[in-house]
Design a binder for this molecule. Structure first.
Ligand code: 5AD
Ligand code: SF4
Length: 452
């Protein structure tokens, strides 16, 4: 019997990837994805707990399904992901309408859980994290079903760092790397299925391979993936500055598919704050890495994550973060107000920066970073850029069709396709040479010159 599953994903790309794995295990059970919750037999929320806001959003979403459940007693509702991993049984107690709670390592067991819930009316929680060094089997990933020409491939799970603010090691466990041969064959399958761009995914990809004894580290993995015939673009995320080695940086100069984009989270510019965060580097050490990246790869876009209002952050500490932004001239930033997470080291300290101060610092961080993003985008004016076409632009209209894609540096470029009769599907996954006509706030607008 054909059934429907509705999944809402919160949080990072790791969760986006896990959502695909969830769909994959449900496929043999004759579940097809739907984007209409009222049509679903199974509703799943793949949750994030990195900041309180993400968790609250998920919880309020969950409440909104109560009515659906009243109308359809057969409907099963479940929470997956990081909140599930953190809360387990407690979540079943807290939320009476919930039937299923399962952690990221329990995705393969989902069909059995659904069966128990359906047949015996059980409410099931499975949140067993794989903690041993051996014996973990990565699910053999299939190319993602997003229809986009780019996709993600997980190369490792977990994180061994112990940043004081971060809940990830608790909910995702120790680092475990997927064997290189498995990564390569997954990438090969993606390319065969028409994928042209792959993002290698891990909480800290730079420490890839340290848990294995085959001597293959992250730069070697990049070599192996770059060698896959037909792969046009390669990216990775996320990196920790601590083990961002010269060998890794040099790959940008040597591997043709590796795109000129690097996300290197710094979190703070203040040495005392960095120390309390247990990041393992200083302002100067970070800047040295950033300089090396910039000088090795001209034109690369360097982006970062910043937390404002970490416990004990003074105005002077915060000023060092602003100094750092001016020093590195980031091409883009992601910035967050510190959010206390139960179970982290920092949760033992008072969350003492007032909300109003956090808000104001967040605004100042964006203001400082904006200068450089704008400056960088302005350099694209009248240049020809290579765009991997992803599909119709958000602003596309039937009368004025527009396509959208990204540069190798990860900037969104929209451009009109004069003749509506061309349709958009034939363009997907093509490389277009686009001349930039207008530089917008966060994207570029241009005219197509050539398609490959
Ligand atoms: N509060 C605020 N931001 C956080 N991040 C991680 N944990 C927290 C927290 N407790 C941010 C970091 C990280 C990004 C994914 O989320 O900047 O790099
Ligand atoms: Fe959120 Fe972290 Fe889990 Fe990703 S790994 S979903 S960022 S808590």
């Amino acid at each position: 019997m054909q059934r429907f599953v509705y999944i809402q994903t919160f949080g990072c790309q790791m969760n986006v990837y896990d959502t695909e794995r969830i769909l994959q295990v449900l496929e043999p059970e004759e579940y097809a994805a739907t984007d209409d919750p009222s049509r679903a037999d199974l509703i799943l929320l793949n949750s994030c707990t990195v900041r309180e806001k993400a968790e609250m959003k998920m919880m309020s979403y969950l409440g909104s399904f109560a009515q659906l459940k009243e109308h359809n007693p057969d409907l099963l509702i479940g929470v997956a992901g990081c909140v599930a991993q953190q809360e387990g049984e407690r979540l079943l107690k807290k939320v009476p309408l919930l039937d299923l709670v399962f952690g990221p390592d329990n995705i393969p067991e989902l069909p059995g859980m659904v069966q128990r819930a359906r047949e015996n009316g059980e409410r099931v929680s499975l949140t067993k994290l794989h903690k041993k060094k051996k014996g973990y089997e990565f699910m053999a990933g299939k190319p993602m079903v997003t229809g986009k020409p780019s996709t993600m491939v997980t190369v490792m799970k977990g994180c061994n760092k112990n940043c004081a603010f971060c809940i990830v090691p608790r909910v995702r466990g120790r680092e475990l790397s997927k064997p290189c041969s498995e990564v390569v064959s997954e990438v090969e399958r993606c390319v065969e299925a028409g994928i042209r761009e792959v993002m290698l995914l891990g909480q800290n990809v730079n420490s890839y391979g340290h848990d294995r004894d085959d001597g293959i580290l992250f730069p070697d993995l990049l070599d192996a993936v770059d060698a896959v015939e037909g792969l046009e673009r390669l990216r990775f995320t996320t990196s920790h500055p601590w083990d961002c080695t010269d060998a890794l940086i040099d790959r940008f100069a040597n591997l043709k598919s590796l795109c000129e984009y690097f996300h290197l989270p710094v979190q703070s510019g203040s040495n005392p704050v960095l120390e309390r965060m247990r990041r393992g580097y200083t302002f100067d050490e970070y800047v040295e890495r950033a300089d090396r990246i910039r000088s090795t790869v001209p034109g690369l876009h360097l982006t970062t994550d910043i937390i404002v209002g970490f416990p004990g952050e003074t105005e002077e500490d915060f000023q060092r973060t602003i100094d750092l932004i001016h020093r590195v001239e980031y091409d883009g930033i992601y910035a967050f107000k510190y959010s206390e997470r139960t179970g982290t080291k920092a949760s033992q300290w008072e969350d003492d920066v007032p909300e109003a101060v956090k808000k104001e610092r967040l605004a100042r961080v964006f203001e400082a970073a904006d200068i450089y993003r704008k400056q960088r985008l302005a350099t694209y004016a009248d240049q020809v850029v290579e765009v991997l076409v992803e599909g119709p632009a958000k602003a596309s209209k039937p009368t004025q069709p527009q396509l959208s894609g990204r540069t190798r540096t990860n900037v969104v470029v929209n451009f009109p396709v004069g003749n509506a009769a061309l349709g958009t599907w034939r363009w997907k996954g093509k490389l277009a040479q686009v001349r930039v006509k207008r530089v917008l706030q966060h994207s570029l607008y241009g005219e197509i010159e050539l398609v490959q």
